[in-house]
Design a binder for this molecule. Structure first.
Ligand code: PMP
Length: 429
């Protein structure tokens, strides 16, 4: 490697002391990233789960360029614009959640959902402060999002400042799991008990917890959660920042799970990964409690870049692409299935699982389980040397490719992982 770490950059989630110098990427096209040095890389993780349709997709690039030449930004508390209106109408039509609140990223989309839920009760004159979330959840890195996320290495310095949250087990499952039902029942019992305390909202990542380790739950569990939330008269928030917008085979993961949350957070694939944007969808019944002449009822929340026209143009283009070829996301799971079945034969693969475009498994290792397990990092390097970008979460290995990935490229991803597993040292990892 001829480079050193750049003297002026501070990369996210990274200690430069323990990480090799970051490589420079100069171009992307489809599923492929081109580096300044070295051969091209297949981006098997959609660059942090955002690049839904592939890098530099011409339809999205053109939509942004066209919008940039017309209107790049306008104060959204005074004005609206055609791209925002079109996007809001389309999302409302496709999801049944009629109100669309814009922000800047996944964490802010979650913050808005949490604040909206808490203020909804406040506006109704009923103090409900309890929030319920699940073990292993990740909802973002701002304070509110961190508070509802699981306490971890990431949150540790801030733990004393995070508001209390009631935590419920997440009964995640995998292929051939015969013990899921009692675990689901245990979680539902814990939820039932927690809901005896007046609760503002329950927040969850529908179908798949992302950063928590691609941990998948069954739709029937989520339906049972919703039923209990409804019985308790509480609100349900779906954080679909990762799982939404086609990732799980439907526009919303909630739709596939058969649940209808009151609030839904979206980001990542929303703009096809071109621009940062967050959206919080809300049912009309939520919005109605913020109406009236009493100024304390207003949602006093906003961001400079709210409903940025370039972001909205990108999101409309991203939605166009999903709608033009719906089978691309609706049938992606079949493309993974036989490949994952074959890989699952490997002795270092356990708990294989699949949801839409997301295929995952846990490494069989003798080291510590979880995010600090070193085996994933070793595998990542071995796979990178074969031209494929993966980024295991500790001992959890996953593929989350862009929809445009070709059959040959997908084969290359699985083959690189399979070869990497062969080369993975047997001892101490
Ligand atoms: N929620 C979920 C489920 C996520 O996966 C993420 C990001 N990985 C976030 C929230 C936070 O999104 P952002 O990084 O855009 O703030």
């Amino acid at each position: 490697m001829s480079r050193n770490h750049h003297p002026n950059l501070w990369p996210p989630f990274t200690s430069i002391t323990t990480t090799p110098p970051l490589e420079q990427v100069v171009r992307g096209e489809g599923a492929v990233l081109y580096r300044a040095e070295g051969p091209p890389l297949i981006d098997a993780i959609s660059s942090w789960w955002v690049t839904l349709h592939g890098h530099a997709h011409p339809v999205v690039a053109e939509a942004i360029a066209e919008q940039a030449a017309k209107l790049e930004q306008v104060i959204f508390a005074e004005f609206t614009h055609p791209q925002a209106e079109r996007l809001a109408e389309r999302l409302a039509g496709r999801t049944g959640l009629e109100r669309v609140f814009f922000s800047d990223n996944g964490s802010t989309a979650v913050e808005v959902a949490l604040k909206t839920a808490v203020q909804w009760w406040h506006n109704r004159g009923e103090a409900r402060q309890q929030l319920i979330a699940f073990d292993g959840a990740y909802h973002g890195d701002t304070f509110g999002a961190m508070a509802v996320g699981a306490r971890s290495l990431f949150s540790e310095p801030f733990d004393p400042l995070l508001f209390p949250v009631t935590r419920i087990p997440w009964p995640h499952t995998h292929w051939n799991d015969e013990e899921v039902e009692p675990r689901e029942q245990q979680a539902l019992d814990a939820l039932g008990l927690a809901l005896r305390t007046p609760t503002a909202a329950v927040i969850l990542e529908p179908l798949v917890q992302g950063a928590g380790g691609m941990r998948i739950v069954r739709p029937q569990f989520l339906q049972a959660v919703e039923q209990r939330v409804r019985e308790a008269g509480s609100l349900l928030i779906a954080d679909e920042v990762m799982a939404g917008f086609g990732r799980c085979g439907r526009l919303l993961a909630s739709q596939r799970a058969g649940i209808t949350p009151d609030l839904v957070a979206l980001s990542k694939g929303l703009t096809a990964g071109f621009l940062p944007m967050g959206i919080t969808l809300a049912k009309e019944a939520i919005f109605e409690e913020f109406l009236g002449t009493d100024p304390t009822k207003t949602l006093w929340h906003g961001h400079s870049f709210t409903a940025n026209p370039l972001g909205c143009a990108a999101a409309n283009a991203s939605l166009d692409l999903l709608e033009v070829e719906p089978e691309q996301h609706e049938q992606f799971e079949q493309r993974h299935r036989s490949r994952l079945e074959r890989l699952a034969q490997h002795p270092r693969v356990q708990r294989p699982r699949l949801c839409g475009t997301i295929a995952a498994f846990d490494l069989v290792t003798s080291g510590t389980q979880g995010y600090l397990n070193p085996a994933g990092k070793v595998l990542r390097r071995l796979v990178r040397d074969q031209g494929v970008l993966i980024r295991p979460l500790g001992d959890v290995v996953y593929l989350l490719p862009p929809l445009c990935i070709s059959e040959t490229q997908l084969d290359q991803c699985y083959e690189a992982i399979s070869n990497g597993l062969e080369a993975l040292p047997a001892s101490d990892l």
